[in-house]
Design a protein around this ligand. Structure first.
Ligand SMILES: Cc1cc2nc3c(=O)[nH]c(=O)nc-3n(C[C@H](O)[C@H](O)[C@H](O)COP(=O)(O)OP(=O)(O)OC[C@H]3O[C@@H](n4cnc5c(N)ncnc54)[C@H](O)[C@@H]3O)c2cc1C
Length: 406
């Protein structure tokens, strides 16, 4: 068994993602000398380096608990407020980074390279003397006689404090495959129901034939009898259903059998569209039906709308004058039935995790003193837009603050 230096408290951190790395850095800054960071991948922050399409959307100007889902959103809000976007950016700037907002509130490194955030954290860990073991998988851990024993595929370590920052189970190819939940359970914790979030949705495909690859700026509504969620953004059509930022946002709320209503012309009132279509049916009456919506919506979308209404391709625009209302309605309320999601393999984040009721205000286990949880392993997930990285950083900071004070 390898015991770390004996002159100060020993801290072991499982998982070299944003939560684990930030916890280590702040512990080192607070003067802790015996910090061991264990990461199964051969390099730190693989998922962090892939975030935001490789650009790293690390936080958002519009930060607050209302952007999150959790069994205890208020507690999550207090943790986020204690180390929020300002503190995060200031800290990363102190490590040598520069950050910019995209005008819609999303904050990125000025380099627009997520990997550069990983790099400045990695360099800072090295300069602070944090002991980083990459390529080392933690198989299990337990607490015996007041000390944690951490078992890896290479060695056994002891520590006074243990932070589990092993991530969730979304996009497991980046290393976080859900084993953090098994670690939590082995200490007597429960884990709430887990589901993929910020993920592409499967829909009935008949209605969207011919739309594959098309990106449309839509007002999207999620319906389950009544409206559950609404937003505006990109919808990208695929061979399994829909993707795009509006879909990712809706996916946090969506369930199988819900309905997506897409408005392909969000800036045009329906009445106005009806008038435009009636005029066009008169003025261009001899043209084929496919021309009625030309230059109004994408031609592939026009084809789907007309097909869904049973309009014959050989019909003329003139013959559609009396159907202008129903065509306008369909453009503004095009419905797709959700049949599922693309699953954890493709999701950005996990909904559910270790409930906040099982940790204190500083994310220490109420069951096992000295055991902490940080990041996605906890039952907190955020909307699309930098909220999940902010949670990872805020929660990592929270654990570090407490351990440093003990
Ligand atoms: C493609 C993609 C894009 C994303 N884009 C964004 C974005 O732009 N903005 C945003 O806010 N969020 C984004 N997210 C979500 C965000 O990346 C995560 O919420 C965040 O990384 C979670 O941080 P974490 O430290 O809790 O876990 P992780 O980043 O998952 O890190 C956990 C680490 O623990 C390691 N590990 C797991 N088990 C063990 C073990 N037993 N032993 C040793 N090591 C272990 C893993 O290898 C991993 O490196 C994105 C996610 C994906 C998949």
């Amino acid at each position: 068994m390898i015991c770390m230096e004996t002159d100060s408290k020993k801290i072991a951190v499982i998982g070299g993602g944003p939560a684990g790395m930030l916890a280590c850095l702040l512990l080192a800054d607070a003067g802790c000398k015996n910090i061991l960071l264990l990461e199964r991948n051969d390099r730190l922050g693989r998922k962090l380096s892939a975030t935001g399409n490789g650009q790293g959307n690390i936080t958002n100007e519009d930060m607050g608990a209302h952007r999150y889902f959790s069994s205890d959103r208020e507690k999550a809000g207090r943790i986020l407020a204690a180390f929020g976007k300002r503190e995060l950016i200031e800290y990363l700037v102190s490590l040598g980074g520069l950050f910019v907002s995209d005008g819609e509130g999303r904050v990125y490194p000025a380099s627009r390279q997520a990997a550069s955030v990983t790099d400045i954290m990695r360099f800072a860990l090295a300069s602070r003397g944090v002991c980083v073991h990459t390529g080392e998988f933690v198989r299990g851990a337990q607490k015996r006689e007041g000390k944690f024993r951490v078992f890896t595929d290479k060695a056994e370590y002891c520590a006074d404090y243990l932070i589990v920052a092993a991530g969730g189970k979304a996009s497991p190819h980046f290393g976080s495959d859900g084993n953090g939940y098994a670690l939590a359970r082995s200490f007597g914790h429960t884990v709430t129901a887990l589901s993929p979030a910020l993920v592409q949705l499967r829909t009935d495909r008949e209605n969207i034939k011919g739309l594959k690859g098309i990106r449309a700026d839509c007002a999207l509504r999620l319906l389950r009898g009544e409206e559950i969620f609404a937003c505006r953004g990109d919808v990208i059509f695929t061979d399994y259903g829909v993707s795009g930022n509006a879909v990712f946002r809706a996916s946090s709320f969506a369930r199988e059998n819900d309905v997506l209503s897409l408005d392909f012309l969000p800036d045009c009132e329906e009445d106005k569209l009806v008038c435009v279509l009636k005029d066009k049916a008169e003025n261009c009456g001899a043209l084929l039906s496919e021309n009625l919506l030309r230059c109004i919506v994408h031609s592939a979308v026009a084809g789907c709308v007309l097909r869904s209404l049973g309009v014959s391709p050989s019909a003329t625009c003139a013959s559609l004058r009396g159907r202008a209302d129903s065509i306008a309605r369909r453009v503004k309320d095009f419905r797709l039935h959700i049949t599922g999601s693309m699953g954890f393999e493709n999701a950005q984040v996990t909904k559910g995790g270790v409930p906040l009721g099982e940790v204190d205000e500083y994310l220490m286990s109420v069951k096992v003193p000295g055991l902490f949880f940080a990041g996605e392993v906890l039952d907190v997930d955020g909307e699309c837009g930098g909220y999940n990285l902010q949670w990872a950083f805020s929660s990592g900071a929270r654990c570090a603050k407490r351990i440093a004070s003990l």
